[in-house]
Design a protein around this ligand. Structure first.
Ligand code: MG
Length: 362
């Protein structure tokens, strides 16, 4: 018998056949944790050294699903707001976790916003039902594992002198995502190009406020063989400016901060060539999956991305990664105290687990 040190549950039960005869309420538990970043994480809007998260567990008949809410400060959710949200849920009234749609509809209706808090329930629920059905999450969503999808690794803005060290730390990754949107963008690109000849993505994190200047930067990035650029201008810039930039851009532009949920997709199609879907914005796997399918109908390119997250949310997103054009799931590799085993990285690709549920290893 193997008792889990974190949840106290007999993990020998995890693959046991699911059969519901009596009333077994869903039980939700949660705990607070702080992810420490290996390097200060500098973005166009500030630098930080840690990311607060909330880890959730949903239990049904002795089977436990794991979830996570990651809370970077610029998204407006905190551990306190997540605790408030989760405490308001009465999931005990549900006895069949397979009624996913009903449960998630209830969770979504409790309060607006709280997207990461909602994701922490959604991920735990999908991990739980995967374990109940003895299926990995990608199979549950009907996602086929096809070609290799390389993940990018983020080089965040920092002092210029640390960039080469960060590139060395990324040696296992074949693609780098360079954070821009600073006064030093050209210098940063110059240093990166001198240090490596990897595939490159850029993320301006809303840092270019003038459309003509943004266009100049896009041409500079095109000349330096960058492939794609995320969120060039502020979310609250004029739509006409963003439309102008989309039309003239020599590189595909992806919406990140400008797109959170399914309802944002139609607008994104007007202003961008694609979207960056993150579970913490989309309220979890179910809506992220719907967003990918709809994005395809709208002819939008899809990146599946992340915040700084533990292996829990990263692996959950990895199950949807075969559906994306660009994979940016480096979050767990940027932290020094991941509470779970790191995702497996093979030849620069995050290995999509074949174990039931999310496939998290404690
Ligand atoms: Mg971004």
């Amino acid at each position: 018998m193997t008792i889990c040190a974190i949840c106290g549950i007999n993990s020998d039960n995890i693959n046991s056949e699911y059969f519901s005869a009596n009333f077994y309420p869903l039980k939700l538990r949660f705990s607070l944790y702080t992810l420490q970043l290996k390097n200060p994480f500098g973005l166009a809007h500030g630098t930080r050294n840690s990311t607060a998260i909330v880890l959730t567990q949903l239990e049904h008949k002795g089977i436990v699903g794991f979830g996570e809410a990651s809370l970077p400060p610029y998204h407006g959710e905190t551990q306190q707001s997540v605790v408030r949200f989760l405490s308001a849920l009465t999931l005990e009234k549900f006895e069949n976790p397979l009624e996913t749609e009903k449960i998630l509809k209830y969770v979504n209706a409790i309060a607006p916003g709280n997207n990461a808090a909602k994701a922490s329930v959604d991920i735990a629920l999908h991990d739980l039902i995967g374990k109940m059905l003895n299926k990995p999450c990608h199979e549950y969503f009907g996602v086929k594992l096809t070609d290799k999808k390389y993940s990018s690794y983020t080089i965040a803005i920092d002092e210029l002198k640390t960039i080469s060290q960060k590139i060395k730390e990324a040696k296992e990754f074949k693609i780098l995502k360079i954070k821009l949107g600073t006064r030093d963008d050209e210098k940063i690109v110059h240093i990166v190009k001198n240090e490596c000849n990897k595939k490159l993505y850029a993320d301006a994190n809303q840092g270019w406020s003038d459309k003509s200047m943004a266009l100049e930067m896009l041409h500079m990035l095109k000349e330096n063989n960058f492939e794609v650029v995320e969120q060039p201008m502020p979310v609250d810039c004029e739509d006409d400016d963003m439309r102008w930039l989309k039309e003239k851009s020599p590189l595909p532009l992806l919406a990140d901060e400008a797109v959170k949920r399914y309802s944002d997709l139609e607008k994104a199609q007007e202003l961008f060539h694609g979207i960056n879907i993150k579970l913490m914005k989309s309220t979890g796997m179910a809506e992220a999956h719907k967003m990918i399918l709809r994005a395809r109908e709208l002819n939008l390119k899809v990146m599946i991305g992340c915040m700084t997250e533990s292996s829990c949310a990263i692996l959950a997103a990895a199950h949807l990664s075969p559906l994306a054009d660009y994979v940016d799931l480096d979050g767990a590799f940027l932290v020094s105290n991941n509470p779970f085993k790191n995702p497996e990285l093979r030849d620069g690709c995050i290995v999509v687990p074949e174990k039931p549920g999310v496939g998290l290893e404690l």
